[in-house]
Design a protein around this ligand. Structure first.
Ligand code: PMP
Length: 386
């Protein structure tokens, strides 16, 4: 029969070379579909068939809400990747890391105190830290803005809960806690601390660390995350939060996570990271090349670091490009890009100014190819197309 046309949505013609003028690159969301081809290559080994009678109970045989087998596998995963020290840590599961973020804020806040905890994050930060903390309107904690405003506070009675995102969403930096002292309580969000996105200089070793499968395996829709917790009281408070909030993470989700992480850790446990890093590296090389000649748009380059996982010095390959419009007349960068057929996420949503836009590089290959096409076109038109 005739060959099947496999042009992406923006290209047509017999050899897929004609670009449709109305085409828009939608690189707004952080949907991690760049990993879809990996799971297509592992369709059989990652497949799950669950009989109707299986896992109907509220609890596992040991009366707990978490699968011990999955907990063991998570510890093994961190040992293989070398990105977190799990020794002497308790584990709590959550419906994605989203649920664990608030469980952690709750656990680090005083209860029945006249001084609610102050929750902070360093600009530019992931907007959910603020929107979620505001949403709960708790008497125990309150979001109070950028970390730098609280470095010299004379208030020592209230806890300062600092979200530390490493690598950071949106700018990819390996952030470290800014606030010090006995009332400073950092929550390390390591959603992107995987070899796809960053060299792994050393295992993370903080008191409270949050991880998720969303950007590791790409299964954002399964809603599965975990926290590694050193302090027993913090662990118990977070566990209690999970019991009261949803009575533990769906047992079906735990089963799916187990199946996926078995594939991730099988053999030498490197395959998904080789795929993930190669994909991200390739996208970054193309994007950097496209921006090389531009005087209008820039992305800050981070320096290479030694990666203990790969045994090589590597440049970070972050999930997002934190693009800056350099010219005064392009100050509304989001609008400039939108006019050129690129939908990013406005820097103002991350607390930064409007000359920044976040571009997601973790969507499908089609999404990335369309983005690259639009950027090349935009840069090619600079200085009247010289
Ligand atoms: N933390 C950061 C920094 C994120 O970017 C995201 C997702 N975009 C999350 C947490 C939440 O991820 P999930 O709830 O899917 O685990």
């Amino acid at each position: 029969g005739s060959p099947v046309c496999e042009c992406n949505t923006c290209f047509g013609g017999p050899d897929c070379s004609q670009f449709s003028a109305s085409c828009v690159a939608d690189v707004d969301s952080g949907d991690p579909l760049f990993l879809e081809p990996f799971w297509m290559q592992h369709a059989a080994s990652s497949a799950l068939l669950v009989a109707g009678w299986h896992r109907m109970s509220y609890s596992f045989h040991d009366h707990s809400l978490i699968s011990k087998e999955l907990e063991k596998l998570i510890r093994k995963l961190h040992a293989i990747v070398g990105n977190a020290n799990t020794t002497g840590r308790f584990i709590v599961f959550g419906a994605g890391s989203t649920q664990l973020l608030n469980a952690a804020v709750h656990a680090l806040s005083p209860h029945n105190s006249s001084a609610p905890a102050k929750v902070v994050a360093t600009i530019p930060f992931y907007p959910v830290y603020k929107s979620q903390t505001d949403f709960f309107r708790s008497v125990d904690f309150q979001f109070v803005g950028d970390t730098s405003l609280w470095t010299n506070t004379s208030d020592t009675t209230s806890n300062l809960i600092e979200f530390v995102t490493a690598p950071n969403n949106p700018d990819g930096k390996l952030n470290k806690a800014v606030l010090q002292g006995p009332s400073a309580k950092p929550i390390y969000d390591h959603a992107y601390y995987w070899p796809h996105f960053t060299p792994i200089p050393a295992p993370a070793d903080e008191d409270l660390m949050i991880f998720t499968i969303s950007k590791l395996t790409g299964h954002a829709g399964s809603r599965f995350g975990w926290a590694l917790i050193k302090d027993k009281d913090v662990y118990e408070t977070m566990s209690n939060y999970m019991s009261l909030n949803v009575d533990g993470v769906s047992r079906d989700t735990q089963l799916r996570a187990l199946k996926l992480l078995k594939v991730v850790t099988q053999g030498r446990g490197r395959e998904i990271f080789e795929f993930g890093y190669k994909t991200m590296k390739d996208r970054w090389e193309k994007l950097n090349k496209a921006l090389l000649m531009s005087r209008r748009f820039s992305v800050e380059e981070s320096s290479p670091q030694y990666c203990t996982f790969s045994g090589k010095v590597k440049r970070p390959s972050p999930a997002y490009a934190w693009l800056k419009c350099e010219k005064e007349e392009d100050k509304e960068c989001y609008r400039v890009l939108k006019k050129a057929g690129i939908i990013g996420r406005n820097g103002t949503l991350f607390g930064a100014d409007s000359s920044y836009v976040r571009l997601s590089l973790i969507k499908t290959q089609d999404d990335f190819d369309i983005l690259l096409h639009q950027i090349n076109k935009l840069v090619g038109e600079e200085d009247g197309g010289k």
